[in-house]
Design a protein around this ligand. Structure first.
Ligand SMILES: CC(C)(COP(=O)(O)OP(=O)(O)OC[C@H]1O[C@@H](n2cnc3c(N)ncnc32)[C@H](O)[C@@H]1OP(=O)(O)O)[C@@H](O)C(=O)NCCC(=O)NCCS
Length: 206
């Protein structure tokens, strides 16, 4: 499971409550890949089919392997419970009956911090959509959810992810061992970015 950032911020009670409320109030939204819909348990079959392609799911450590509908449904239900607590937002983008991208945001309201994981379907990879989706989500996490810090990890050999995260302006802060669903460890590159850094990089000219 994902862990809070290495840098631990402390939210005031008011800030924490506002973040939880923003998470609970989050709605479907536009994205570079299409409409990003809040997850529902009925998405389990399409999500299991999406994750079955290792090109999409292989680099993601905390997915519910093996990708049976029952496992994926239980994973979605867990995210929905955390959504109700103001601590998670799981979304899918559909093309017809098929999922073409997912985004899974973990939130630690007490630290005003969050983490993003996600993937796009293989035929949409290497076209700039993944990086565009990431930037879109980071902006939403900082500006709409009210987070002040985002942390990210990527596998040591996930060069595309690393390039996309570097290009967004995140700062590499060494490594992190992340724990897969089966309890095994994956070594990762670790990044952080603050909201002030985000605004300075992407909004100073506007
Ligand atoms: C990671 C992922 C979201 C990136 O999205 P994408 O649309 O495929 O990638 P992009 O086209 O935006 O390219 C991202 C960067 O990788 C570079 N890149 C693309 N293909 C590459 C390749 N084969 N080798 C090296 N670099 C490559 C791009 O030039 C770009 O770098 P830049 O920002 O410096 O120009 C997508 O590939 C994906 O879903 N992969 C599977 C799941 C995954 O790895 N999720 C992230 C876990 S941390």
């Amino acid at each position: 499971m994902s862990a809070p950032p290495k840098t631990l911020l402390h939210a005031t009670p008011e800030e924490e409550a506002a973040i939880r409320a923003a998470v609970r109030a989050s709605a479907n939204m536009a994205s570079p890949t299409g409409e990003r819909r809040l997850a529902r348990t009925e998405d389990a079959a399409a999500a299991a089919a999406f994750f079955a392609d290792d090109a999409a799911s292989g680099p993601i450590y905390d997915l519910p392997r093996p990708f049976t509908q029952a496992n994926v449904r239980a994973w979605i239900e867990g995210r929905l419970e955390r959504h109700a607590a103001g601590e998670a937002v799981l979304t899918f983008v559909y093309d017809g009956d098929e999922i073409v991208s997912y985004a899974d945001v973990a939130i630690w309201p007490q630290h005003a911090s969050g983490e993003l994981a996600g993937a796009v379907r293989a035929d949409r990879q290497n076209s700039g959509q993944g990086s565009a989706n990431m930037r879109d989500m980071f902006d939403w996490m900082f500006e709409d959810l009210g987070l002040r810090l985002i942390c990210l990890t990527a596998a040591l050999d996930n060069i595309r992810s690393q390039r996309g995260i570097d290009a967004a302006g995140f700062t590499r802060m060494g490594g992190r061992d992340v724990v897969r669903a089966d309890g095994s460890i994956r070594q990762s590159v670790y990044w952080e970015m603050t909201r002030d850094q985000w605004r300075a990089r992407w909004k100073s000219a506007s």
